[in-house]
Write a protein that binds this ligand. Structure first.
Ligand SMILES: [Zn+2]
Length: 150
C-alpha cells in the first residue's frame, strides 16, 4: 500500500509540474495556483487512495488466493479470448464508472461521498482521488473491473 501511495504521489507531482507549472500557459492558461487548495486536494487524495486500497483489499486477497476467474497463462485460453475479454472488461468498466459517477451526483450520495471531490475551484491532478476518507468512494466497492473477474 505504501508503494502504491508513493507511485501515485510521484505521478501526481510529475503531472502537476508538467501541465500546471512548466506548460501552464499552453494547457491551463486560466489556472490560478492556490497552495491551500492544492494541499487540501493532496490530503483528501491520499486519504482516498488509502481508503480505496482498504476497501478493495478483500477482493485483492480473493484474487491472490485463486478465488476468481483470473488467469495468467496465455496458452490456457489463447489470444482471441484475451482480446475479447480485454475489450469486454474495458466496456464494462467504463460503463460502470460512468453510471457510478452519475449515481454519485444524486442525493444523498453526493453529500455522503462525492462533495469533497467537487469542492475545488480549479482542477488539478491531485483531485482525481480526492474523496471522503471516512466514506470511501463507493465506486471502489462497485469497481466494475473487479466484477469482471468473477
Ligand atoms: Zn462528479
Amino acid at each position: 500500500m505504501t508503494f502504491g501511495v508513493l507511485v501515485y504521489a510521484v505521478f501526481v507531482a510529475l503531472s502537476y509540474h508538467y501541465f500546471f507549472v512548466r506548460h501552464r500557459v499552453e494547457y491551463v492558461p486560466d489556472y490560478r495556483p492556490s497552495r491551500v487548495e492544492l494541499a487540501t486536494a493532496c490530503k483528501w487524495s491520499i486519504c482516498g487512495v488509502l481508503g480505496n486500497a482498504l476497501l478493495l483489499l478483500p477482493i485483492q486477497l480473493m484474487i491472490a488466493h485463486g478465488w476468481s476467474r483470473l488467469y495468467v497463462g496465455l496458452a490456457e485460453r489463447g489470444w482471441p479470448v484475451l482480446l475479447l475479454s480485454s475489450l469486454g472488461a474495458v466496456a464494462v468498466a467504463e460503463t460502470g464508472v460512468y453510471w457510478t459517477h452519475r449515481m454519485l451526483h444524486t442525493d444523498p450520495f453526493f453529500r455522503w461521498f462525492h462533495r469533497v471531490h467537487h469542492q475545488f475551484r480549479e482542477p488539478n491532478p491531485a483531485i482525481t482521488y480526492a474523496v471522503h476518507d471516512h466514506r470511501v468512494s463507493p465506486s471502489a466497492a462497485l469497481s466494475p473491473i473487479h466484477i469482471c473477474l468473477y
